[in-house]
Each structure stands twice: as structure tokens, then as C-alpha cells.
Design a protein around this ligand. Structure first.
Ligand code: PYC
Length: 310
């Protein structure tokens, strides 16, 4: 199997481009389920050591379900299959261009949460039009052991997020260990208190906001992903969730730009449009191809499908 290795604002996506897995002919949500049940060893082969690490987001391309779409995609990480991934979609766009499968311009990609449009520009710059995003609950208090009460908004941007501004933490790279521990405790507190997204959706991404390092930007974030790694990019689905909250608060108008800086200083530009009352985010970022890997599964290698994690 071959994967194209990309990064978007520092966050890697390793995209399997020739898998030919039997995922059935159902919806993308059905295919995600099949991948999860039948092919978990492929997920762990990419995202676990020694080939991968907890930082890696993986993706597997499949046949599209929508006529005219360039591909279907299922994203995953070191602990599970994701619903959607913004930085990963930008990575998929440049990987498809690298393979000569698409040119500049507008395309569609099928994901388990719906069809996502993207536009590819010169230099690996990509704008994705994400799925409808919304705020589910506002200013929700949660008692975080060792810290006290923290308030956050619960919002959907293709994954569930808890968005916190009143944290008192310093959003700098030299503080990522403390940010990781703090965000993980928030996640555990949400779980312990049965605080979820709509339809009991697990809130598996924690997003902290603070002032930007570069004053031309609007905000800096720190996003803790489900497998306890932090997102090196500003997180496409997390920025979408933020746009939905800004829209709900009337703090950002349709078409206005929100410049979201990541903890490593990379940038996504976000905008939204209203379609039938729904917030449809557009996220623009840049990805680079930095590897083209043939995986070798040596039957004598006990870790060919990754070191198991508890
Ligand atoms: O960019 O949406 C994103 C994302 C999700 C998890 C890591 N990155």
C-alpha cells in the first residue's frame, strides 16, 4: 500500500491512495463503519509506532458516493476513526494534485458527514467548504478537578468541540505539556459529568482560545485531539466550530474573514455563508506533500500493524 504524506500548517496527514479495501457500496457513514470494524489494522499500521505516532492523522481514499466527486475519504487517528477532518481535506486536495488526479479549481470530496467542496489554488492553497456547523450549547460550566469551574461552548464543525476562553493558560509552544494535561482534564470532566454534543455525541476535541501572537490575526488556539496529541494546525473542524459560535453571537458577519492562528503559528482563514439559515464555514489553508511511502508488511515483523495501545 502506498500513502502520500502531507502536512497542513504543520499537522500531518498520511493518505492511503491505492487501498482497494472492500468497504461495501453503502453511504460514506456506512463505509466508515465497515472500515472501523474490518480494517482497524490499517488504521494502526499508519498511526501507531513504529511507522506512525499519535500526531499522525491518517486517511484512506475510496470510490466516491456522489456522481462527479473526486473520491471518498475516511479519516482516522491513533485511537479511532474520525468523522471529518479539515486540515486533512486540504492535505487530500494537494495529494490528489500531486498524483495528477485533479487540477486547479473546484472539486467535491465525499466524507462520512457529507460532501465537502474544495477549491485548489496554486502553491497548495486550498479552500474547503465544510459541512453545516452550529453551536449546540453556550457557556456550559464544568468542574475541572485541580482547576475549578471552566465554561465552554459546545459546537459541531464536523467533530464535537468544547471551546474555552476563560482558562487562564498561556497559549505558547513551550507550554504544550501543561496545555495538554489541562485540556485532557477538561475532556475527562465532560465525560464524567455526561456533558455531550447533540444526540449524545462524544465531545472528543477540546479547543482553548487566546490572543494571537501576530496582531494581524484574530486569535490563537490550542486544540487537543482525541488521541491526546495537539493539532499543529488551527484545526479545520475546530475553526468551523469557532465560526459557528462567532456567527451565533453576531461577532462575525457572513463573508467576513477570521484569521485563526495555531499553537505553532500556522494560519487558517475562515469565513462563513448562511444557507437556509445554516452556517457553512469556508476554511483556507496551505498543505505540502513531504513524502510518498510504500508500506511494507513483513510477516516476520510483529509490529507491522503498529504497537498496540491500551
Ligand atoms: O483539521 O479538522 C481538523 C482536524 C481534526 C483533527 C485534527 N485536525
Amino acid at each position: 500500500m502506498r500513502f502520500i504524506q502531507t502536512h497542513t500548517g504543520g499537522e500531518p496527514t498520511h493518505i492511503i491512495v491505492d487501498a482497494n479495501l472492500d468497504l461495501g457500496s453503502g453511504s460514506m457513514a456506512d463505509r466508515r463503519k465497515v472500515f472501523r470494524e474490518k480494517y482497524d489494522h490499517i488504521r494502526t499500521a499508519i498511526t501507531h509506532e513504529p511507522r506512525g505516532s499519535e500526531v499522525v492523522v491518517g486517511a484512506v481514499l475510496c470510490e466516491p458516493t456522489t456522481p462527479g466527486a473526486v473520491a471518498g475519504v475516511i479519516f482516522f487517528n491513533n485511537v479511532d476513526v474520525l468523522w471529518m477532518c479539515g486540515h486533512g481535506t486540504i492535505g487530500v486536495a494537494v495529494a490528489l494534485a500531486h498524483l495528477g488526479r485533479i487540477g486547479l479549481g473546484r472539486h467535491q470530496l465525499d466524507t462520512p458527514v457529507g460532501t465537502v467542496e474544495f477549491e485548489l489554488f496554486e502553491g497548495g492553497r486550498v479552500t474547503i467548504k465544510n459541512v453545516a456547523s452550529y453551536r449546540h450549547a453556550t457557556n456550559v460550566p464544568v468542574e475541572v478537578p485541580g482547576h475549578g469551574v471552566v465554561h465552554g461552548d459546545i459546537a459541531w464543525g464536523g467533530n464535537w468541540f468544547f471551546l474555552v476562553s476563560d482558562h487562564g493558560q498561556q497559549l505558547t509552544l513551550d507550554n504544550v505539556d501543561a496545555l495538554t494535561n489541562f485540556s485532557w482534564r477538561i475532556r475527562q470532566a465532560l465525560e464524567a459529568n455526561n456533558i455531550t454534543g447533540a444526540e449524545d455525541g462524544e465531545i472528543d476535541h477540546i479547543e482553548l482560545f487566546g490572543p494571537p501572537a501576530d496582531s494581524v490575526n484574530d486569535s490563537r488556539n490550542f486544540v487537543l485531539c482525541p488521541g491526546k496529541a495537539y493539532d499543529r494546525s488551527p484545526c479545520g473542524t475546530g475553526t468551523s466550530a469557532k465560526l459557528a459560535c462567532l456567527a451565533a453571537d453576531g461577532k462575525l458577519q457572513p463573508g467576513e474573514t477570521w484569521r485563526q492562528e495555531s499553537i505553532v503559528g500556522s494560519l487558517f482563514e475562515g469565513r462563513y455563508e448562511l444557507a437556509e439559515g445554516q452556517c457553512i464555514p469556508e476554511i483556507t489553508g496551505t498543505a505540502y506533500v513531504n513524502g510518498d511511502v510504500t508500506m511494507i508488511f513483513d510477516e516476520n515483523d510483529p509490529f507491522r500493524f503498529g504497537i498496540p495501545q491500551n
